[in-house]
Design a protein around this ligand. Sequence first.
Ligand code: ADP
Ligand code: MG
Length: 438
Amino acid sequence: MEQMQGIWALTRENIRKNMSSMSFHRWIDVLEPVTIQNGILIIQCPDGTTKSTLTEYYKDTLRMAAKQANTQIVDIMLILPDQRRDFDHDEQTATPSIYALNPRYTFDTFVVGNSNRSAHAAAQAVAKAPGRVYNPLSLYGGVGLGKTHLMHAIGHAVKQNFPTARVLYVTSETFTNELIEAIRMGKNAEFRHRFRNVDLLMVDDVQFIANRQSVQEEFFNTFNTLHNAGKGIVISSDRPPQEIANLEERIRSRLVGGLSVDIQEPDVETRIAILRNKAQQEGRAVDDSIIQFIAEHVPNNIRQLEGSLTKVFFYSNLKEEPITMALAREALKDLLPEDKKVDVTPTRIKEIVADYYHINLQSLMSQRRDKEVVVPRQISMYLCHDMLSLPYKRIALLFDRTDHTTAISACGRIETMMQEDAEFKRSLEDIRKKITEG
Ligand code: ADP
Ligand code: MG
């Protein structure tokens, strides 16, 4: 273990040279080496956002730095607090009550808005009197809206309000895996001891335990034991308990018997507040207009919102440029809807068609009757009719013709040609695309 700490210290030094101190503080200082297994340095990230950012942008740097630190290292692996138990051999020293709580997910960092006000209030009430109010508390809502954050916040607050309280937070995945492992190893008693001797049990994303009979059975028993003993229970799921398919009726009715509160998608004001908060946490000054821009253009999920800001910061570091609107646009271009909507007008149609057939606009508008100009002219008329729904009379006038039957027969001709000639039809599609896409 001492060796691992030494390797980690060197790794950090190697990385520090290649990173701004701000980024280093944000992305590397928060990491914790866990162990080395078969030459793989296992590193714990505090949360999913950190892990995915590191994976996307810094993993190669990290790997190189670790290899440089010690030739015994062949690779690195990033894990979440949740997975830590899989690597901790020294279980006595791991404190199950807190190892899985992300220090950044507290009530202080949780922005309250209309979309999450009731969930926040219920969470705070539970944190003040776990087991005594709203028991069980179910938080439900779509992904990335703050359920996990609120559960961790409850955990931190309970530890603060009741320092001796035993708080256990697990994802339903961890619950399931540990149960299966316990059964396999014949350690059911240990498993029960671990989950039933707590003052507050929080199980995240319980929709995942539906479908598994044996896991539900154990969950139900754990639940009952704790509930009967007046211990607190908080669960989250992506939908209200009544709607979790395949969830045993007795569990469902237990959950419905407590308090269920939903978290909805945040409105623009809340999104702005979240972004401001996050920028501040990271010590970055971001202009209000840019915050507003991101809040208005990025979909409602808060995880994506945070990810967008991270991406903007990353771009700014990479290019060593200040955060401007242009930089934000560039960083987020994949997320933004195509904003070059073109205004389709008769003039635009005429210009594009003329250009496509290499003739000039005057010829298109002239009275010439040779094929080179007649077909493009008819196409232009047809597109004015088809794309703009202009009446024939109007179309004729747009081409300096007094007789509207000219426009009618032009459209008829083009339709026939499209039916008869696939090649012609394709070029028409081509033209249409040029007109709409700018
Ligand atoms: P869920 O568990 O509902 O999928 P999370 O709790 O993981 O969502 O939230 C996703 C991200 O958004 C986290 O980084 C979390 O800190 C952040 N987040 C969610 N809601 C808020 C909020 N109200 N204020 C600040 N950050 C938030
Ligand atoms: Mg979650």
